[in-house]
Design a protein. Structure first.
Length: 440
């Protein structure tokens, strides 16, 4: 059975607190995090995986053994973590990073070939770069092959590249609600999304919500450390930990069951506004402390999807015609240094590889699940593969301008990554406005 524990991967360094972890503590002392129960320690692997690269004997890296292990791992997850299609706006580049779609400790253990029916795709060392010119159009097929160092193809996959016109939706006007965790708590990537929509040739989008913390230029419902389930369960909690005492969508508890009422939220909190679009960006806090070696990992990740569906169902009950986009859980910083600096007091969190294994498995589930929900206007945004785990993050813990607390460099993108995240969402929203998404 799923253990109901409270997790924060939110803001800044992790400190040990009585009974668990407090993540995202304010520099001044007031906590901006939730306490993880003591059971946390039982859910993490007792030690980091043995790194044969550092063992005595023949080198492991660049050996046949390494290729065999990486190949077996790749096949265990089902190959490349790719969606069926990727939407790009003409004139707005998007990149796909090998590290985000290939489950390997070192993706450079493999060789890659990329072929596209378009002329704006290039295969670079760490990524596939898509740079559609302003006049690009149409649907294109992108084929990706992965081979070992002898040239033997190990897996092959393809996806459709859909070019969204630069002026898509320019005559539209609507409200948009954004729901999520600390990735948008200070509105850094939501701010970037608002900037993209403010450019000529775009719809007039008004962002709505009840939350506008320091550093935010728009309103939303993003709360540091929150999970999918918090939006349908939290009521009467400590606002110093949760940023508020209840979910904006929960209005009481009867017989132990939270009263989820998004319609009341629309009527009272948003004063009758009914947003046409809703974007949900969650998943990190749901899974961050899970272990890739946990035999119950599949059930844990399936429960995350169930919680996502519960939130979406509550939204769709009140807004049956709304367009809901769901971003797949993004990869974090590619360097162990980022985890060591962010979570100094727990060595078990000092490996980015531990989280990457869990994150990619959750990303695959989200891709497969939400690619099948277009018939109810619920669409996937494959954000798991568009944020650069290196250049999209800061090298050290940092405090963004106009924000009142430190942000960890491990799981929170830099301004570069924020823009990459926003660009992927921008493309899907604009594509839907001109009928390019379809039911599947």
């Amino acid at each position: 059975m799923r253990s109901h524990v409270i997790l924060w991967t939110a803001l800044g360094a992790i400190t040990v607190a009585a009974g668990g972890y407090l993540i995202g503590e304010k520099l001044g002392g007031v906590g901006h995090g939730l306490r993880r129960q003591a059971a946390t320690s039982e859910r993490l692997s007792p030690a980091l995986p043995f790194d044969r690269a550092s063992a005595e004997g023949p080198p492991y890296t660049a050996s046949e053994e390494e290729i065999a292990d990486e190949t077996a791992r790749l096949r265990s997850i089902g190959g490349l973590v790719l969606p069926k299609r990727l939407y790009v706006v003409a004139g707005h580049p998007i990149e796909i990073y090998w590290r985000t779609v290939v489950l390997a400790r070192d993706p450079e253990a493999f060789l890659y070939s990329v072929n596209c029916t378009c002329d704006f795709v290039s295969n670079e060392r760490r990524r596939i770069a898509l740079r559609p010119p302003a006049d690009a159009s149409g649907r294109h097929s992108l084929d990706i092959a992965l081979a070992n160092t002898t040239g033997k193809t190990l897996t092959r996959d393809s996806m459709e590249i859909v070019v969204v016109p630069r002026s898509a939706g320019e005559n539209a006007a609507f409200e948009m609600l954004m729901i999520g965790d600390s990735l948008g708590h200070q509105s850094r990537f939501p701010n970037r999304l608002a900037e993209l929509f403010s450019m000529p040739g775009n719809p007039k989008v008004t962002f709505v919500g009840s939350h506008k913390p320091g550093g935010a230029e728009i309103q939303h419902e993003h709360y540091s450390g929150w999970r999918f389930s918090y939006f349908t369960t939290i009521f009467g909690q400590d606002p110093n930990r949760y940023h508020r005492d209840r979910s904006p969508f929960v209005f009481g508890v009867v017989d132990g069951k939270p009263l989820v009422n998004v319609q009341r939220y629309l009527d009272e909190t948003l004063k009758g506004t009914r947003p046409r679009n809703v974007h949900i960006q969650l998943g990190i806090n749901d899974a961050f402390l899970l272990s890739p070696e946990d035999p119950d990992l599949d059930n844990e990740l399936n429960s995350v999807i169930d919680d996502a569906e519960a939130l979406i169902s509550a939204v769709k009950k009140a807004l049956p015609e709304a367009v809901v986009t769901v971003g797949s859980v993004i990869q974090a910083n590619a360097t162990d240094r980022a985890y060591i600096e962010s979570y100094q007091d727990d060595r078990r969190l000092h490996s980015e590889w531990r989280w990457r294994q869990v994150q990619m498995r959750l990303a695959r589930r989200m891709v497969k699940h939400f690619e099948r929900t277009g018939d109810r206007k619920v669409y996937l945004v494959p954000t798991h593969m568009t944020v650069d785990p290196l250049d999209g993050y800061s090298a050290h813990v940092w405090t963004p301008e106009h924000v009142e607390y430190t942000v960890s460099n491990a799981v929170h993108p830099s301004p570069v990554g924020d823009k990459q995240l926003a660009t992927a969402i921008f493309a899907v929203v604009k594509g839907e406005l001109v009928g390019l998404l379809g039911p599947n």
